[in-house]
Design a binder for this molecule. Sequence first.
Ligand code: SIN
Ligand code: CO
Length: 385
Amino acid sequence: MTVTQGFEDFDVAGFLREFWQQKPLLIRNPWADWTNPLSPDELAGLAMEDHVEARLITRGEDSWQAEHGPIPERRFGALGRDPWTLLVQAVDQNVPEVAALIEPFRFIPDWRIDDVMVSYANDGGGVGAHFDHYDVFLIQGLGRRRWQIGGHCDQSTALLPHDHLRLLANFEPVEEWVLEPGDILYVPPGVAHNGVAVGDDCMTYSVGFRAPSRSELISGWCDDQLAAMQDDDRYSDPMLAQQENPGEISAEAIDRLHGMITAQLQDRDAFARWFGEFNSTPKYPEIDWQPDEQIDAAQLRSLSSEGASFYRNSASRFSYVRDSGDTVILFVDGESYECAGEAAELAEQICAQTRIHVESGAMISDTMLELLVSLINQGSMAIDD
Ligand code: SIN
Ligand code: CO
């Protein structure tokens, strides 16, 4: 199955071997025909909306200010010539043309993709020198930006004191490039970087990845397990042997207590299901994508008998795990669906492609129909009319 519409002349295997998670790479315009998918005005419009996460960063003489969205229209009007930048998160979830930018990067598994943040800056604007905890492909959309790359940072790296921004106290660039529209800079986690707009109308699209922290995995997985636990599932010690010093917590007791935890948390299949649901949970659950009218299997059968196309909601994250044999568990929007046979094939197809087409007169089984109906009614897929 071909999934990714890749870049022209881009060596994926070489990139994964030599750069991914290791070192930055500048990729000069690899697109067949780069066109900026969103206008500055459309981005500003999104930043004014309630449900969209946006920030406006302005730079004075020697201080940085961060304002959180929604950003009112009059605020844009009041911006002067001092450098500023607008950042809007998860634009892919609102603009399918921006979601399409992810497609060529699908040589990385979908579950690792977080979102596409879009920035707009005037001349000199930027977010300051910083490092991120995740990999990012910075696509220059419009205008030009000078990117400087520094060394590797970690928790001990000194930051400037600021309530909202994590800016590096000392940034020493080791390399720099000016990116033109269509150029891409890959930056691995922990590598210092600083992007400054060269001229006005500078737009950058950040395809950002996710890397769950050990602490969020442990807390999420434990919370999930706790929800189903019984109060009478307790420590017990039949055949207790009298010990020399009653004050000692014996090694056997510690082993048994520790085993109560490890045995519970070791269920790999349960973990896989929890992780799939957790990872596909919508970032912005307040946005309701459900259709105005729910559809049932009979309606969908009659509709698809004449041929129909279905497309994935660009805000929904699809992934699956292979269970056993021909069974897969599909994860979408925090839900899981166990699929076997033809439904499993359909689930895999939906995960590979963002759009599927049912030919007129094609045989479509009840289980496939049931899966599609659920996905449509929960707002994860829609019928293309
Ligand atoms: C930007 O678009 O200005 C910042 C993106 C980043 O550094 O991660
Ligand atoms: Co960054």
